[in-house]
Design a protein around this ligand. Structure first.
Ligand code: MN
Length: 267
């Protein structure tokens, strides 16, 4: 088995190397990851400047390791397009410090790296732990091995993007595994405003999880957020079709009217 490991926290992040160390028992691991923290860049691809690559000495023995001056998506594109010459059997992204739940998957670099693998037909798994400090990576790393073994045994679909979130607990305190759907938003964005000279500027701070800031509020049952809230591991199978069935049927009724209004705009 040949495994591509990447992340969005950057090539020096502890979570990445816990993942790599664990996956090394399943097969040959190649690491291609951003050279610095790229959290929140989503599927961003670098098109307006060259993407520099540096082979670096890995902290885990027997692993090829490339630092990319670019995004997680750049890393996967370079890895699959050039840096890894032989066939890659699976892509793992993470282990991210902090959850990637609900609609945050749309801005998550961790999930986007997996998405790029998925779009190229390779089974992909993104792993995140719901904490920003004193993160328990070990259970997530063990889970990566379990999933990798299932992919190896062809027990899972080839066309697959898994978004996995774990509560930040030691294994013995985790209450189980839930297969979930995406919930809604996770974070409350806080804007911190500063004024320097004539220019205003803002920091967008992703501070609190929704449930940490609201008393007696619970995420909707069956969602990824609910599973983590209940101290369970959440596994959400994703696909890339963002089409809204509801808006699709409403708009289909209107397509002729839209075209007519285009030639003869209503006043
Ligand atoms: Mn991150």
């Amino acid at each position: 088995m040949r495994i591509l490991a990447t992340n969005d926290d950057g090539i020096h992040a502890d979570g990445l190397w816990c993942l790599v160390e664990a996956l090394s028992e399943v097969g040959e691991v190649v690491v291609v990851a951003p050279d610095r923290d790229q959290s929140g860049v989503g599927t961003s691809v670098t098109l307006h400047q060259p993407v520099r690559v540096r082979e670096i000495r890995p902290p885990v023995r027997g692993v090829k390791c490339y630092a990319i001056e670019g995004t997680p998506a750049d890393s996967v594109i370079l890895a699959l397009g050039r840096l890894v010459e032989d066939k890659v059997d699976m892509v793992f992204s993470g282990i991210n410090e902090g959850p990637n739940l609900g609609s945050d998957v749309l801005i998550s670099g961790t999930v986007s790296a997996g998405l790029l693998g998925y779009l190229m037909g390779i089974p992909a798994t993104a792993l995140s732990v719901a904490a920003l400090e004193r993160v328990h990576f070990d259970t997530a790393a063990r889970l990566a091995v379990v999933i990798a073994r299932m992919i190896e045994a062809q027990a899972l679909p080839q066309q697959m993007l898994l978004n996995i979130n774990l509560p930040n607990l030691p294994l013995e305190q985790i209450q189980g595994v839930e297969v979930t759907r995406l919930g809604h938003r996770t974070y409350q964005d806080v804007l911190k405003e500063r004024q320097y000279g004539k220019r205003r500027h803002f920091w967008i701070v992703r501070s609190k999880l929704e449930w940490e800031s609201m008393e007696s509020w619970e995420p909707e049952e069956g969602t990824d957020m609910w599973a983590v809230f209940k101290n369970r591991i959440s596994i959400t199978p994703l696909h890339s079709d963002l089409t809204s069935p509801l808006a699709l049927s409403a708009l289909k009724q209107l397509s002729n009217a839209i075209f007519q209004d285009l030639g003869n705009p209503p006043r």
